[in-house]
Design a protein around this ligand. Sequence first.
Ligand code: PGA
Length: 255
Amino acid sequence: MNKSLRKAVIAGNWKMNKTPAEAAALINEMKPLVADADCDVVLCVPYVDIPAALEAAKGSNIKIGAENVHFKASGAYTGEISAEMLTALGVEYVVIGHSERRQYFGETDQTVNLRSLAALNAGLKAIICVGETLEQRELGYTETLLKYQTKMALTNVTAEQLKNVIIAYEPVWAIGTGVTATDDQANEGNCYVRQAIAEAYGADVAETVTVQYGGSMNAKNAEGLLSKEHVDGGLIGGASLKAADFSVIVKAASK
Ligand code: PGA
């Protein structure tokens, strides 16, 4: 096991927050605070904020991502955005299969897979989210579920395309609740994800894939979580809306 084979990635997930002007202001505040990061720094923002975010991030080490992408290239899909539309703007990353999409918008393992393929075929880096609910954890299904979700999301993804995949383990019970997984629970969940990748692509390949933890990661708990063997970064919701907090997490990942 060699953590140095993997790139640490700290990604903010702004969810449905910030107008374009507010997005630019927050990025301008963040830029100097994360300038010397020794990890990849990504902000995934609402679609309408993308142009302002890209403009504000220009010349900095902050990369911009979207929070979702549709699986078709074009057509009668009212309200949806294609991968090509994102790459045309200069977007590099996209979050796929976030539990809020699964919970509130009918996202399934199959659509997560289709969206992932569309993103990867267009050259985007996909941050694919997996995670168990509290009920599933209490029933003892965490390992089975995480492996299933991971393998389903990666169906037909080639080993070459896997280089552009980040998996975010986000226990649903820890998202936006202030209840964080313990360092060991996060490490264990991330390890299950890596085992699933190893089963599908081989252990050597699995060692190179960045697996993030997400769920109430903040300035206080980031260092402990990120010190774990299988935790290669974080997908950060609430704390990514505060420049100071986000930069502390970026610094913890840069150690
Ligand atoms: P949180 O969100 O950090 O606010 O818990 C994480 C996420 O939903 O990606």
